[in-house]
Write a protein that binds this ligand. Sequence first.
Ligand code: ADP
Ligand code: ZN
Length: 315
Amino acid sequence: MTLILALDFGGTKLAAAVVNSGSPEWLRYERRLSPVNANANTDLDIMRSLIDSLLQGEKPAAIGVSFGGPVDASTGTVRLSHHVAGWENIPLKQLLEDEFSVPVSVDNDANVAALGEYRFGAGAGHDSLFYITISTGVGGGWILNGQPWRGVGGMAGEIGHMVVDPAGPLCLCGKRGCVERLASGPYMAKNAREGLENQPHTGEILRGLVGNNLELITGKVVSEAAAQGDELALDVLAKSAWALGVGIGNVANLINPQLFILGGSVTKAGDNWWDVVQKVARETALPEIDFAVVPAALGDDAPLWGAVALAELGF
Ligand code: ADP
Ligand code: ZN
């Protein structure tokens, strides 16, 4: 039997698992929160201790790694992390190969999650798909003809910073009206907060849910208020879904994949959000272009399962 070790370096948590190749279930699984003042060294130390307890002295045949930040997948070098200090130009593949003497593959989390959904989740049976995560940020990963498509510099799939409203609000990337600026959880919260400040007589349900402390508004709170019929929250949520739908429709026009798989916490926003995403994507794409938009199947484990596929396929 072939033992595969899968590692997931997230922005806030570290996870690792071992699986016998071909098995649909983890043999062993461990997860740990990153400490508040985490840096690359503390992350690596925590990961080493997870690995020790998972391997129990056995040696894996290969290691696959998902990293939450830009990675040069051809060399397995991390470029940086937006959440954890000290990851600039860390040769993660090299480090792990030196330590464990087995082949290691490393890629960024959106690409790896796309591979996970393709091999083990909602993408099974399709060979060209785009996976999108809508959570704290918005990112994406491609599988084209059964292979990851990373782009020349490893930056393909950045649907989060596709501009859908050039006159829209300013995004952290410096442009206006990006998909992420309208659709991500924290930006939905910001839009709701600003709406409440500018229109004091709206959003009663939303205000009530946070006891008038607007700082407590999150994407999740916006979707709860929308579910209770709050007009302002419904608007913010509809704008999120609209932005994502326009992005998806444009991507369908440009690349024509069979399937869009949506993951990340914002996809729990409810049927109304999903209906708007599907409708706007359909309206934005040409009528001749066929595609489906479906929920991800692997949840938080998509990067780990993708890391298994990465290790098995050695992409
Ligand atoms: P992460 O997935 O980045 O580790 P969380 O899952 O806690 O973090 O949430 C990411 C973002 O998704 C947050 O902004 C949160 O408010 C938002 N979110 C979580 N649940 C929902 C929901 N049901 N509807 C809309 N947004 C949500
Ligand atoms: Zn942007």
